[in-house]
Design a protein around this ligand. Sequence first.
Ligand SMILES: Cc1cc2nc3c(=O)[nH]c(=O)nc-3n(C[C@H](O)[C@H](O)[C@H](O)COP(=O)(O)OP(=O)(O)OC[C@H]3O[C@@H](n4cnc5c(N)ncnc54)[C@H](O)[C@@H]3O)c2cc1C
Length: 433
Amino acid sequence: MTKFDADFAVIGAGFAGATAAWELSRQGQSVVLFEARDRVGGRGFARHFALGCDVLEFGGAWITPNQARVRRHAERHGIRLRPTAPIAVRRWHDGHALRLDAPASPAAMDGYRRTMDRVAEDTRRYRAGEAMDGEGRPYAGVSLAAYLARVAATPEAISQVRAWWTISGNGDPETTAATEYLWSNGYGDGDPEGMLRHLQHTLEPGTGALVERMLAASGARVHLGAAVTGVRAGSSGVDVEIAGGGTARVRGLVAALPLNAIRAIAFDPPLPDRQRQAAARGHLGRAVKIWIKARGVTVGTLATGGGEGIEWMVAEREAADGTTLIVGFGLADGGFDPADRHDVAGALYRFFPEAAFVAWDWHDWVNDPWARGTWVAMPADAPWVAEAGTWAPSGRLAFASSDYAHENPGWIEAAIASGERASEFLLKQGNSI
Ligand SMILES: Cc1cc2nc3c(=O)[nH]c(=O)nc-3n(C[C@H](O)[C@H](O)[C@H](O)COP(=O)(O)OP(=O)(O)OC[C@H]3O[C@@H](n4cnc5c(N)ncnc54)[C@H](O)[C@@H]3O)c2cc1C
């Protein structure tokens, strides 16, 4: 059986784990990192489109102006930022028909505006730290569906809110907290399209390339295809068990794991009750992100709505073969099969009936055994599952992930911040561990 002893071990080579490895190594500690996949990057996953040479992000991609840590690491490691294309053309689907002029028919426009003004007001209140709406009803504990019923949203407004939900809350609207939407909507001060303007850059060679360079520069020993199955923490150290044999004995451990992947690891002694319950429950993020190649779609077109399937699409850039690369988001809710050519082509034609569908590609994060979901989405009735306090470090063990980070959970920036905190905690423990 192989022994991988070091000062510290890190589980997971996503942004959180790479940051922890980088920070610990910088302080002169030896670090061994175990990654279950055959690649680094985790939910940052850029690869070639199935048919063609274009490198596309199948997981996290957009970098906002707030993501200072990502920008700093990108600069340090020579990773260029690519600006996103500005939106020049707009299309909406109101649930009944494709609209080229406005999100709703002239007859439905007043009701649509009333709902969206009300959502914008709630967005501002919630972002300003108000716990209640103007009528004294709490924002917390309410699902998106219940919130939309509360504000008597019109069908056309629901169609648009759901579309933006696929890139924000991204869970079942019946069970996921509406506050996920109100928070994200705040990036545009209540204007959903402002949220898109916030998504300013992507990393040119891909997110995985940045993680790779962070890890290479850290000097940590990285083991791919090394799924951790057990963690035993004792008074003299932590033993880490790897599937198929192999162990490590270390002083401290950063478990840089997605919330929904924690339950697969046996902890001895068992995790505290609250953490066990949180790991068992998990978060609800289940977006479908899909790339479509098509002809006849203008780069810079944004199309939203429809209430099912792919509800949000941006024609992002021209592919090497001259077709247009369109990124789309929907919810994995059973009605639409992202693996089915007919379903995907149908989603394209709903927004672009004049287009020619060429090909598509995607990654199934919901059934990915090392993610079990997309980015964090809080259950309306149990936000504590993903709260940073639930995953507070103790003794020799610190958790790190964007899913339960202190600030702006869900973003790559949050993963990096959580890796910094976890390593800082272990380093502070110093000789006492
Ligand atoms: C479709 C999609 C779109 C997104 N869009 C954006 C965006 O535009 N901008 C943005 O900032 N963020 C976005 N995100 C979120 C962002 O990608 C994540 O928040 C971030 O990458 C998470 O990093 P992490 O290190 O916390 O977790 P992960 O990247 O998931 O890393 C965890 C690692 O742990 C490994 N692992 C799991 N179990 C084990 C085990 N038992 N043993 C060993 N290793 C294990 C996994 O394989 C993985 O590599 C998106 C995410 C998805 C899925």
